[in-house]
Write a protein that binds this ligand. Sequence first.
Ligand SMILES: Nc1ncnc2c1ncn2[C@@H]1O[C@H](COP(=O)(O)OP(=O)(O)OP(=O)(O)O)[C@@H](O)[C@H]1O
Ligand SMILES: [Mg+2]
Length: 399
Amino acid sequence: MDTNKTTESTVNEDAVRSALQTALKEAMSDSREAEKAAPAPAPAPISLEEARAALEAAKEREAAAAKAAEEKEIADAKAAKEKAIADAKAAKEAKAAEAKAAKDAKASEAKAAKDAKAAEAKAAKEAKANKKAAKKNENKPEKQAEKKSAKKKADDEPKKREKVASDAFIEFKDVRKTYIMGETEIHALDGIDFKIQKGEIVIVVGASGAGKSTILNILGGMDNLTSGTVIVDGEEVSDYDDKELIFYRRYDVGFVFQFYNLVQNLTARENVELATQVSKNPLDVQDTMIAVGLESRENNFPSQLSGGEQQRVAIARALAKNPKLLLCDEPTGALDYNTGKSILQLLQDTARKSGMTVIIITHNYALTSIGDRVIKVKNGRIESVETNANPMDIRDVEW
Ligand SMILES: Nc1ncnc2c1ncn2[C@@H]1O[C@H](COP(=O)(O)OP(=O)(O)OP(=O)(O)O)[C@@H](O)[C@H]1O
Ligand SMILES: [Mg+2]
């Protein structure tokens, strides 16, 4: 039997192989189809321990999920609470702002009402006053205007005084100035009398401490006197009150000092302009700058000018006010010989040209020859008053 089989096998070997291959192919194809169609294979049976472990793991996962859910819930609740607080705060603020705005509006309304009422009352009062004034001055409006301008003038300027009799432009009568220093009295001026005529050049000489500056300061309304009388242009300056003195210094007196006293942060021209602004009847600034020979330096500051130039600015400043009196306290005291001489020449020429009364204090007795009048002062008293019929020109004086 076996032999037969072997034989058959050998005989049909190729056919069998082909059949087998076909069958195998079909079987594989069926198995893939079956795999596709067949339901999932039943899980493999597990042991008890494995089941327990799986259960534990499932529990843990469940607990972790529950915890996460709880935490999320807490966070959500917290966020919601914060939002509610913020919303409440914003609402409160909005309400407060609203209340404030309402309050402000009410207050401004009240203020406006009050202002309107006040304005109304003021207008009514003014109208009443105007009506009264109009009624009073019905037929004389020009008189009303006159009165108004007179009142304004009285506010601005002191009222004019009655003229006092004097045969001189300037007169000092028994003028005394006493300083009390503890127990001692210093008689800076001890009974001074002199007269000066209009347009004169007057030289005041005397030793240091004689009282020269005190005389000039009293004459210029810069110092008050202890007793006596000072008359200038028919007015009793020694009787002036403070307001009258201000106007006297402002309009009637020009001062030139030894150390110039310029405003350092103003140019030469501005220093002069400043003086003209407080003057009633000033001279032209440009003309004055030319007159003192400073037209090319008018834009320089005092610190950029020499002493002589600065004194020229100071003279221009005093002259530009067009004063009645030019008072010079040692105007060449800080200058060298030639510069001092040119300054004196300027003063002399100006006085001659303008007819201005010029008073010059000096220590230098050589200068007495240029004065129309020479007043010598000694120990607070007048030593002498002399007049020069033919005063010298400063150009011809040497010292
Ligand atoms: N404020 C004061 N207090 C006390 N004494 C004063 C005062 N001012 C001036 N004197 C005194 O008055 C006197 C006259 O002084 P004043 O300045 O008039 O002299 P002066 O002739 O101008 O002198 P100088 O040539 O030195 O300028 C001097 O004895 C001075 O000491
Ligand atoms: Mg002096």
